[in-house]
Design a protein around this ligand. Structure first.
Ligand code: ATP
Ligand code: MG
Length: 599
């Protein structure tokens, strides 16, 4: 049950009749008492000691009373469907692990995945972990160059892909990599005599035995290699270990309120950290059913999925929410979404408008939460049981100590005698910092020790994002340190300006940058994408500037507005403000490997 009070600033929650009590029922008590060891005790551990993500995700359930429950429901692009129960998924991943072992691939070896959302990719990821090897996902829409870079940086020995992707994207750069084996999924397989090491994955799996003893991995063994989204520059390779599963599982309960009888849908692609941490591992550790849709975004299809699959918990991204908002809530209302209990979003700031739109479309607010490739799991969240403040990322998870530390004019931490200064003033924006030690924390940037070391200062991990913390402990995103604008001595966060602009009925999306200007340092400039039915005009430009001024004041409101047909985004849907800036100022465009290319 939800009540909207005080001009949409707080969405108050009460338990509706029939809703299960949220697992994190009492936030304050949990924060005071929770210890990571408790979350570890929720896991099983390997029979002979050690910890392995795949055991926690599959085998423990396959052996238990819910072994026949559907673990993975795959829905193909053209209406096909395939279900895997936990037992079937155990068998398939065992076969994959055996196939790797037969190839001499094991502990510490890097297995890359390059495929769309097909079952084989999920099986490969978990099978790789069973074999004690490291799984590194690549986004299937990458071109040959980003694939080459990442295979080289990550020292890829094995690649799981499809024939079409291999031909188009890998063959041209194969010689520059150290790939030994290419496992080709979903035949028609390639002619194996054509090149060394091309293997038909289906055939390999068929031949491989169905029993496998999971490699005795240590919690600190490397398990996953995730490349960051490249929003602010060249992507970095973040190293994650098996211990991360402790946090995947704990946050599935705390932040997504997932339980074994849920039907869960995470729309993130497994080419990114969200698609693996929460699109594969976290839901399976809970033992629920997760649905995977092979197709790309399509509003009608998505609502159909939510309705037909009776999805109960849905984890998506602000870019998708904004696209659905553009279409309007009527379409949502035409579908039976009564099964839906909890909706969450990550990846970018979720504009307050989006949170409240959820009420219109689903009778549910959208719960924003914050984390990064580096944190491996959710750090700050709006919870099922607690009030939602639209525009806020929420509060730190139990066990997570988060703070705002003072930033200098450039948005970098300002040290005093080598120490960071924790900010108590709710008005002051600073760097969002976390106390290291949570289980899913990255353990390195691959081949870049120095950069890793720079993230840790005075006992804190510095996220590179700027935020505020209000008097009640809610965190509010201001901007990435690289994106903040200093205009006439004010620190302006692009998010605030973008969120204000999209409150105007004509505006669907906005990207905001600082444009250097000699007297005040920088002026605020906005790039605006209009809703269908609205045309760019000088009058609308003036109207938007006036609209923003009234709400933000002249110092923060944009001085310049350009209308655009498209905002440059990463393939995971994040607005690339650095590219807006580079294009505006005629600078080098930098690394574009993750730029979404419109189809
Ligand atoms: P790169 O580090 O390569 O520039 P990236 O930071 O976009 O790319 P990710 O690790 O995928 O790579 O994204 C994490 C970042 O996304 C966060 O640091 C933050 O800037 C942004 N982000 C994620 N969730 C939220 C959120 N709920 N609100 C605001 N920003 C968010
Ligand atoms: Mg980052």
């Amino acid at each position: 049950m939800i009540g909207l009070t005080s001009a949409a600033t707080v969405i108050r929650k009460q338990l509706a009749a029939g809703d299960p009590a949220p697992q994190l029922a009492d936030y304050e008590t949990a924060r005071a008492s929770f210890r990571f060891e408790q979350a570890r005790a929720w896991l099983d551990g390997l029979p002979a000691g050690g910890l392995n993500i795949a055991h926690e995700a599959i085998d423990r359930h396959a052996d238990g009373p819910h072994g026949e429950r559907v673990a993975l429901r795959w829905l193909g692009r053209h209406g096909e469907a395939r279900d895997y129960t936990y037992r079937e998924l155990r068998a398939a991943t065992n076969r994959f692990a055996n196939a790797l072992q037969a190839l001499g691939v094991g502990r510490g070896d890097r297995v890359f995945g390059l495929a769309g959302r097909i079952p084989e990719l999920y099986i490969a990821a978990l099978g790789t972990l069973k074999a004690g090897a490291v799984f590194a996902p690549l986004f299937s829409a990458f071109g040959p160059e980003p694939i080459r870079q990442r295979l080289q940086l990550g020292n890829g020995r094995v690649l799981v892909t499809t024939a079409a992707l291999y031909d188009k994207k890998v063959a041209p750069i194969r010689e520059e990599t150290r790939l030994e084996h290419v496992l080709v999924a979903g035949g028609p397989g390639l002619d194996p005599t054509r090149e060394d090491g091309l293997l038909d994955l289906d055939a390999l799996l068929k031949e491989a035995p169905e029993r496998f003893t999971i490699a005795p991995t240590d919690p600190e063994d490397m398990a996953l290699l995730h490349f960051t989204s490249g929003t602010t520059g060249k992507p970095k390779g973040a190293v994650h270990v098996h211990e991360a599963v402790t946090w995947h599982h704990a946050t599935a309960r705390f932040a997504l309120d997932l339980r074994p009888d849920d039907v869960y849908w995470c729309t993130a692609d497994p080419g990114w950290v969200t698609g693996i941490s929460y699109g594969l591992i976290a839901p399976l550790t809970v033992g629920c059913t997760m649905v995977v849709d092979e197709a790309e975004f399509d509003a009608e299809r998505w609502y159909g999925m939510l309705a037909e699959q009776r999805v109960t918990v849905w984890y998506t991204a602000p870019t998708a929410v904004r696209m659905l908002m553009r279409i309007g809530s009527d379409l949502a209302r035409e579908h039976d979404l009564s099964a839906l209990r909890f909706v969450a979003s990550v990846g970018e700031p979720l504009n307050p408008e989006g949170v409240v739109w959820g009420l219109d479309a689903f009778d549910l607010p959208i719960h924003d939460n914050w984390w990064q490739t580096e944190t491996g799991g959710i750090m700050v969240a709006n919870f099922a049981a607690t009030d939602v403040r639209p525009g806020s990322m929420g509060r730190p998870l139990p066990g997570i100590e988060a703070a705002i530390v003072r930033a200098d004019a450039e948005g970098r931490p300002e040290l005093s005698d080598g120490h960071v200064q924790v900010v108590e003033d709710p008005e002051e924006a600073g760097v969002l910092a976390l106390r290291p030690g949570w289980p899913s924390m990255f353990r390195a940037y691959l081949n870049d020790e120095e950069r890793y070391a720079r993230c840790f200062v005075d006992g804190w991990y510095l996220s590179g994002d700027l935020a505020r913390r209000d008097a009640d402990g809610y965190f509010w995103f201001v901007g990435r340190a690289d994106d903040v604008i200093i205009s006439a001595g004010h620190l302006v966060g692009p998010f605030e300006v973008e969120s204000t602009l999209i409150e105007h009925p004509a505006v669907a999306e906005a990207g905001v940058i600082g444009k250097p200007e000699p007297t005040i340092g920088a002026i605020v400039k906005a790039f605006v994408l209009l809703h269908p039915g609205h045309e760019p005009s000088e009058q609308l430009r003036r109207e938007l500037i006036g609209f923003a001024r009234k709400r933000l004041g002249a110092a923060v409101a944009p001085r310049e507005i350009d209308f655009v047909d498209l905002l440059p985004k990463t393939r995971s849907g994040k607005i690339m403000r650095r590219l807006l800036r580079a294009r505006e100022l005629g600078l080098e465009e930098g690394d574009l490997s993750t730029l979404e290319t419109p189809s």
